[in-house]
Write a protein that binds this ligand. Structure first.
Ligand SMILES: Cc1ncc(COP(=O)(O)O)c(C=O)c1O
Length: 381
């Protein structure tokens, strides 16, 4: 009864860990990918006003003109890039945008190149459209930055798309401009499309952020309100698509999604108009947490080998400890009451790692550090 496609979709272990952790008392959550901040107050007010004003009908599939203009203004303000609002399609989150991108670009049997490690859900999006995944390994000694030569070797005549993510989940690596430009060139030469997931933009600590749109218009760029504006459950995102793809993506959006929620789109305009000082404060808080966690992980003797520069994750190598990363995550959950994500979710290259999220307040992080230290000393020495 279940289709082969559905049968092949892998579970998201982070969610399994979360489910088990939620069933336990007194667990510190370092497995979560959700910001612990609230959206700006004006976002709530705008959404409530829009609801009361009855803005609850369908909108155009590509989104309300005000929001598409606000997104275009965001690219101008943040990166000095001119984006025609006609190239913007609003979606109910970055995940549906990824689905539209795959549906628009990938024919059955086409290859999609992913990095390994990668965001756990990417391969399942490729499978959903009957594409084939090809991976390019990333190395901690390179700070988990892609090597252009590896991408060059991975693309073939069958490659339809390169899915890239910066700042990256699960590594926290941020790609520099030269790397993005190089990847754009490789994609152009292979007649493939870069699909760049920029959902963690705004959350970078020591690295300048560049959008792929600075280097090419022939990319599909995905973004959303979940991370930068802490609006995970509001379900709002967008994609910027090459002019030649606008019509196809719009037709797919009309059929598969109808539209993003009307009143939430208005809240999105308010979010984009939030003064930058607030984000600056949030970024500083994340940076402090990152520094504390990096220090602790290094003290534990877990090799980090790189400095995560963005998002709110780091990957720590636990391959020298007894058991695999799932065993160690289970031990930390059961013995320390700290939930972390086993790396195997993120590709075979990450199988010997644990992902720590610092989207949790610093007091909880301090408690988690003390508890993990105790378990590492008593159980694993
Ligand atoms: C890399 C990456 N892309 C996309 C998403 C999903 O974003 P959204 O809530 O906008 O669908 C996540 C969520 O954790 C993510 O880590």
């Amino acid at each position: 009864m279940v289709s082969q496609r559905a049968a092949e979709v892998t579970p998201f272990l982070a969610m399994d860990v979360l489910e088990r952790a939620n069933a336990m008392d007194d667990v510190i959550h370092l497995e979560v990918g959700e910001p612990d901040f609230s959206p700006p107050e004006r976002v709530f007010e705008t959404a409530i006003d829009a609801l009361r004003a009855g803005h609850t009908n369908y909108t155009a599939a590509r989104g309300k003109p005000d929001l598409r203009r606000a997104i275009a203004a965001h690219y101008d303000r943040e990166y000095g890039v001119d984006v025609d609002p006609d190239r913007i399609v609003v979606t109910p989150g970055t995940s549906p945008a990824l689905l539209l991108a795959m549906a628009a670009l990938v024919d059955p049997g086409d290859e999609v190149v992913l990095t390994d490690p990668h965001y756990a859900c990417y391969p399942n999006f490729v499978r959903a459209v009957d594409g084939r995944v090809r991976t390019v390994p990333l190395r901690p000694s390179d700070g988990f930055q892609p090597r252009l030569a590896d991408f060059d070797a991975a693309v073939t005549a069958d490659t339809a798309a390169l899915v890239l993510n910066s700042p990256a989940n699960p590594t926290g690596a941020v790609m520099d401009g030269d790397t993005l430009a190089g990847l754009a060139d490789i994609a152009t030469a292979a007649e493939a499309t870069p699909v760049v997931d920029e959902v963690y933009h705004g959350l970078s600590y020591d690295a300048a952020e560049h959008t792929m749109l600075e280097y090419t218009d022939d990319a599909v760029v995905l973004n959303g309100f979940s991370k930068r504006f802490a609006m995970t459950g509001w379900r709002l995102g967008w994609m910027v698509v090459p002019p030649a793809l606008v019509d196809a993506v719009n037709r797919l959006a009309q059929n598969l999604l109808i539209c993003a929620p009307n009143f939430v789109q208005e809240a999105g305009v308010a979010a984009l108009e939030t003064p930058s000082g607030r984000l600056q404060e949030i970024r500083e808080t994340y940076r402090e947490r990152r520094d504390r966690l990096v220090e602790a992980v290094t003290d534990w003797g877990l090799d980090l080998g790189y400095t995560p520069q963005g998002a709110y994750y780091l990957l720590a190598d636990v391959s020298h400890l007894p058991g695999d990363s799932l065993d160690i995550a289970t031990l930390l959950l059961e013995e320390a009451g700290v939930a972390v994500t086993p790396g195997v979710d993120f590709g075979s290259e990450a199988a010997g790692y644990l992902r720590f999220s610092y989207a949790t307040d610093v007091e909880a992080i301090e408690t988690a550090i003390a508890r993990i230290e105790r378990v590492l000393e008593t159980e694993l020495n």
